[in-house]
Design a protein around this ligand. Structure first.
Ligand SMILES: Nc1ncnc2c1ncn2[C@@H]1O[C@H](COP(=O)(O)OP(=O)(O)OP(=O)(O)O)[C@@H](O)[C@H]1O
Length: 308
């Protein structure tokens, strides 16, 4: 497994008496596209702002490459942020906006660098157009280009697809994947699991400021595969019978009595027949299938705060 690039340890943030981020723990591994999901008001932006160093935690610790964040300048240099509205000047072109930012970073030989960045985010041919005439998607891509100044190791994108049309969403998704292929670790938040499921490689679900799930892409997708959930008295004896007689190979043992079977060639009746013939006591057998939305709602209740 690749190494942890960011470690979030017992992070809590209080606003007045309320903990909006509550004892959050997780690691982000190098090369991941780490998806932070949660309903409105779950605490995603607050958490990302803390990881990005924009606000400080009330308690807990964040480290990057094993070095604590507080008082560590290098931390901020290795981090690119697109959180809330990027600081863009609408009356300037994309080029000029990037140039101003590059100057503030003290970069020299800026022209080549900025042109490369503009091409990377797909704004190479509109570099001289004033940003006020840009679409939402183009503005987001400029926001990402600004976050990339200084060549960060980690890019934090807070709800980068919010408000975009399907084409804009797909372009941002492709850009995120391209940047990730170049070796940038990406942390991206959304309140739509469906959207993140197309891009993220690990998922943390946040609800009311707490982590309610931390799951890899592989584990997540296993949740949506149709499966048979079987509970028997004598699982140790049942498994070889199922393997031998029904050629069951794709399964996960959940505990000493229950097993999830993902081989979809096998019918429930066949399982019942072969197990009862062999004297195995069946407690329950159910077919299970859920959508991404069901899965998300189960972990977050009916959703977050209303922002109306
Ligand atoms: N500066 C602040 N002062 C007081 N409360 C705040 C502040 N910032 C955020 N909150 C509150 O903290 C909670 C979490 O907000 P946050 O913006 O982190 O959630 P979120 O998951 O990003 O939601 P959304 O998707 O709606 O932005 C909300 O109840 C919000 O009202």
């Amino acid at each position: 497994m690749s190494k942890a690039i960011i470690e979030v340890k017992q992070i809590t943030k209080h606003f007045k008496a309320k903990a909006v981020v509550d004892q959050v723990d997780f690691k982000v591994y190098e090369g991941e596209i780490f998806g932070l999901i949660g309903p409105n008001g779950a605490g995603k932006s607050t958490l990302l702002k803390m990881i990005g160093g924009l606000i400080f935690p009330s308690s807990g610790e964040i480290s990057l490459f094993n070095t604590k964040m507080r008082g560590n300048h290098a931390y901020f240099e290795r981090m690119g942020l697109l959180i809330e509205e990027p600081g863009i000047f609408p009356h300037y072109s994309a080029y000029k906006n990037l140039d101003l930012m590059a100057i503030s970073y003290g970069l020299t030989d800026r022209k080549k660098y900025i042109n490369e960045l503009l091409n990377l985010v797909g704004l190479g041919d509109v570099d001289r157009i004033k940003v006020k005439n840009f679409s939402m998607g183009m503005k987001q891509r400029l926001g990402i280009a600004i976050a990339l100044i200084g060549s960060p190791d980690v890019l934090i994108l807070d709800e980068p697809i919010n408000g975009l049309d399907p084409q804009g969403i797909s372009e941002i998704r492709k850009l995120i994947q391209e940047l990730n292929k170049k070796g940038i670790t990406i942390i991206i938040s959304s309140h739509i699991l469906e959207e993140l499921s197309k891009v993220a490689t690990r998922y943390v679900i946040l609800n009311h400021g707490k982590v309610v799930e931390n799951i890899s892409k592989k584990e997540l997708f296993l949740q949506f595969e149709e499966r048979v959930e079987l509970e028997v008295e004598e699982l140790k004896q049942a498994i070889p019978i199922l393997e031998r007689h029904l050629n069951i190979q794709k399964y996960k043992v959940m505990n000493e009595h229950s097993i999830y079977i993902y081989d979809n060639h096998v019918k429930n009746q066949q399982i019942i027949k072969i197990l009862t013939e062999n004297g195995i006591v069946i407690h329950s057998l159910t077919k299970h299938k859920q959508s991404l939305e069901d899965y998300f709602l189960k972990r977050t209740g009916s959703g977050g705060e209303s922002h109306d």
